[in-house]
Ligand binder design. Structure first.
Ligand SMILES: Nc1ncnc2c1ncn2[C@@H]1O[C@H](COP(=O)(O)OP(=O)(O)OP(=O)(O)O)[C@@H](O)[C@H]1O
Ligand SMILES: [Mg+2]
Length: 256
């Protein structure tokens, strides 16, 4: 209970930046869902080596929904996550994210869009020379100097929610795999992203830490309207989703 209250008060202290984003969010929310994918195809490679990884994907995700994506290894889950997350461009169809068409969008548009997103990928890519809290700070830096007011408090708070309050000043080399993963999660979430893309975020975590992470994502969805698309093989967290979608051989199919 205290945790939720503490979290809410931290949210309110994000002040101007947060208020502006909340307003922008409600405008977007009135206009259309967070994610609308229609007939999207994605191919790796060129010429003879060209291989289709996504086939005619149709997927709509509303604001504040937490969607879990499942499917066998190689079915295209990471590819779809990166296509919607502005890291790869679909070669056919339409991918609309927060009201912006991504197919054919220029690089400047994609860069601006990525700042509004949070990514939790398995290769956590922490900076080796930065402490845990300095790594988390990077999640605020992309929003410019005004986002850095009281950065230490915000970053420490987020690390505290993830159970790392006594590891703030540790370098990554002195953290376990699961602790590094949680630092990366804190970095992805501290800037209050509008959409979170998470690829197996709990895979490196024990049951309890995995639950903390999924509960945090659930709370962000409920309290801040954060939209979340999460890939997992972890059956224990399926009950936290609003909806489960299933990929097979690059196609969305009815869940098995
Ligand atoms: N960089 C790449 N170049 C060529 N083919 C790729 C590349 N990345 C992925 N693929 C292929 O695209 C298909 C989908 O891969 P993807 O990584 O999206 O699967 P996935 O569902 O995330 O699998 P996993 O559960 O193992 O992470 C696979 O057949 C894979 O071999
Ligand atoms: Mg994958």
């Amino acid at each position: 209970m205290d945790d939720v209250l503490a979290f809410s008060s931290a949210a309110s202290t994000l002040s101007d930046l947060d208020a502006r984003r909340t307003q922008a969010r409600s405008e977007v929310a009135r206009r259309e869902p967070a994610i609308v994918v229609e007939g999207a195809d994605y191919f790796f490679g060129e010429g003879e080596a060209r291989k289709q990884a996504l086939h005619g994907i149709d997927l709509t995700i509303g604001r504040g929904e937490l969607i879990i994506m499942t499917g066998p290894s190689g079915s295209g889950k990471t590819t779809l996550l990166t296509v919607i997350g502005c890291l790869r461009a679909a070669q056919a169809g339409s991918v609309r994210l927060l009201g912006q068409e991504l197919v054919g969008a220029d690089e400047a548009t994609l860069v601006a869009m990525r700042r509004r997103l949070g990514f939790i990928f398995q290769a956590h890519n922490l900076h080796k020379s930065l402490t845990a809290i300095r790594n988390v700070r990077m999640g605020l830096e992309v929003h410019g100097p005004e986002a850095l007011a009281e950065w230490r408090r915000h970053c420490a708070h987020m690390l505290g929610i993830l159970g790392l309050e006594d590891r703030l000043d540790y370098l990554p080399q002195n953290l376990s795999g699961g602790q590094k993963q949680r630092v990366a999660i804190a970095r992805a979430l501290v800037g209050n992203p509008e959409v979170v893309f998470a690829d197996e975020p709990t895979a490196a975590l024990d049951k309890e830490s995995g639950r903390v992470v999924i509960d945090l994502l659930r709370r962000l969805a409920d309290e801040r309207g954060t939209t979340t698309l999460l890939v997992t093989h972890d059956n224990r967290i399926l009950d936290s989703a609003d909806r489960i979608v299933h990929l097979e051989d690059g196609r969305l199919v009815a869940a098995p």
